[in-house]
Design a protein around this ligand. Structure first.
Ligand code: FES
Length: 155
């Protein structure tokens, strides 16, 4: 889905999505997905518009959106690290890795650090999705080095 250029374009695109589904409250999760794909996150203005459009209480829309781990309410920073905290990754030190990353990168303006669920690569635990790509059996130094190399390649 193409990213709208302005807030007004976003509102129109959301309206079209809801109209396509005939403003059915049953399409809430699908609309939330589409809104996040379009905007990169779910700002409160979009949540309010969705609640109005689907004739749902705003608390219900926020409740559903906050229940699911994959929805975000703030824009991503330049880099994201999603640490798998599924059973295998947790047992392989995922929670320590998460704490390390939060301590070393979390305060940085350039990183969004999040936890995630099993992505099915348990044999390579612990796994971190760095900017959407798997980093296996990793640690904070490798993640930083990998990101630095990728940035150098782009320049
Ligand atoms: S538990 Fe992390 S990939 Fe399965």
């Amino acid at each position: 889905m193409e990213k709208p250029a302005t807030g007004e374009d976003c509102a129109k695109a959301l309206e079209r999505l809801m109209a396509r589904d005939q403003y059915s409250p049953d399409s809430l999760i699908e609309i939330l997905h589409a809104a996040q794909e379009m905007l990169g996150y779910l700002p409160s203005s979009a949540l309010k518009q969705i609640a109005r459009g689907l004739k749902l209480p705003p608390s219900r829309v926020l409740g559903v959106a906050s229940f699911y781990h994959l929805f975000r309410f703030e824009p991503c920073k330049a880099h994201t690290a999603v640490v798998c905290l599924g059973t295998a990754c947790y047992a392989a030190g995922g929670s320590t890795l998460m704490a390390d990353l939060q301590q070393r990168l979390g305060a940085s303006a350039g990183w969004t650090i999040e936890s995630g669920r099993c992505i099915g690569s348990c044999g390579l635990a612990p796994i971190v999705l760095v900017d959407g790509e798997e980093a296996v059996r990793t640690n904070p130094e490798r993640i930083l080095q990998r990101t630095k190399l990728a940035e150098e390649k782009r320049q």
